[in-house]
Write a protein that binds this ligand. Structure first.
Ligand code: IPM
Ligand code: MG
Length: 364
């Protein structure tokens, strides 16, 4: 029986994960699910956003289903106690170095994109973000008195951008292998024109590419990539990049599809164990109001079945059901448009469950 650690977190995390769990239960698979607190909710109960008990549960599980963390109430805390540290800690302690963020534009939602429909119709790109290195985790970091620079003697803060060869090699392999299952093109995004770290990135990705002659490799500077993503997004297939650039570009790519509320993500270790979470955040402003779109989390559960639990058929069933619900015209507020039916979080979950169990979808 596969063990799933369920970490709903804060804000809308709780209600969207609840819908994903209902969908998983409807599939009747042998899954053992255990829930624990994480983020601000865990800080309130245990004084830490990632308590040892939660980390232990996540480590012992085959996969982690994660909601979202963060709430305005915790923004004043010292950095190591803020809710965001929970997700960074999980990535680090579970070795989740490969982050898959697909940006898929559903035909039914083409008109919700901020770009012209013809630019995004059929869009299907995969951003692969390195997730445990770069300036996010590089040491040293901190505050000190400057000894040099433009203002010696002034107070300053600093972080360290760094990547080792094995870190780049392994994420490059992940990207080339993913491209083999798609359109065989990888765009490696860097800033080699300015940064030593990303000249090295570019060199190492080029070396690894020698093992994948059947995959096309192109290099692109991050500023240009940000531009090309809104100019001609369909020219991309797999994009591979570092932690920080990937953070930024994946939000940009998400928005092309109409709503970040639709996009799942997977963060994998070297053995396909993974943490699955929606690409969006905890949206505390709409929490508890039955407004949030649960589809990104439901689709994250599908990714979990596909990548970690080797249940491709069940994953297909979820994805087909989501498409059916969209085709039936059901929309949460974030993807609603004239002529479609606005529903809440729970009703959207109901509709996906109904589609999975073969019942007809009603528009009420
Ligand atoms: C993400 C988020 C996180 C990140 C935050 C919450 C720490 O923006 O998953 O993209 O920066 O990685
Ligand atoms: Mg982000």
């Amino acid at each position: 029986m596969a063990k799933i650690a369920v970490l709903p977190g804060d804000g809308i995390g709780v209600e969207i994960v609840e819908q994903a769990l209902r969908v998983l239960r409807a599939l009747d698979l042998p899954l053992e699910m255990q829930t624990a607190l994480v983020g601000g909710a865990a800080y309130e109960a245990h004084g830490h956003p990632l308590p040892d008990s939660t980390l232990a549960l996540a480590k012992a599980a085959d996969a982690v289903l994660f909601g979202a963390v963060g709430d305005f109430d915790f923004d004043h805390l010292e950095r190591h106690l803020r809710p965001e540290q929970a997700i960074l800690g999980l990535r680090k302690h579970l070795g989740l170095f490969a982050n898959f963020r697909p940006a898929l534009c559903y035909e039914q939602l083409m008109h919700a994109s901020s770009l012209k429909p013809e630019l995004v119709a059929g869009l299907d790109i995969l951003i692969i973000r390195e997730l445990t290195g770069d300036i996010y985790f590089g040491q040293p970091r901190g505050r000190r008195t400057a000894v040099d620079g433009h203002f010696p003697g002034a107070e300053e803060a600093f972080d360290t951008m760094r990547y080792s060869r094995p870190e780049i090699e392994r994420i490059a392999h992940v990207a080339f292998q993913a491209a083999r299952k798609r359109n065989r093109k990888v765009t490696s995004v860097d800033k080699a024109n300015v940064l030593e770290t990303f000249q090295f990135w570019k060199d190492v990705v080029t070396e690894v590419h020698a093992q994948y002659p059947d995959v096309e490799l192109e290099h692109m500077y991050v500023d240009n990539a940000a531009m090309q993503l809104v100019r001609a997004p369909k020219k991309f297939d797999v994009v591979v990049t570092g932690n920080m650039f990937g953070d930024i570009l994946s939000d940009e790519a998400a928005m092309l599809t109409g709503s970040i509320g639709m996009l799942p993500s997977a963060s994998l270790d070297a053995h396909n164990k993974g943490l699955y979470e929606p690409s969006h955040g905890s949206a505390p402003d709409i929490a508890g109001q039955d407004l949030a779109n649960p589809l990104a989390t439901i689709l994250s559960a599908a990714m979990m079945l596909r990548f970690t639990l080797q249940q491709a058929e069940a994953a297909d069933r979820i994805e087909r059901s989501v498409r059916a619900v969209l085709s039936a015209g059901l929309r949460t507020a974030d993807i609603w448009s004239e002529g479609t039916t606005k529903v809440g979080t729970r009703a959207m979950g109901d509709a996906v469950v109904a589609a999975i169990t073969g019942k007809t979808i009603t528009k009420s």
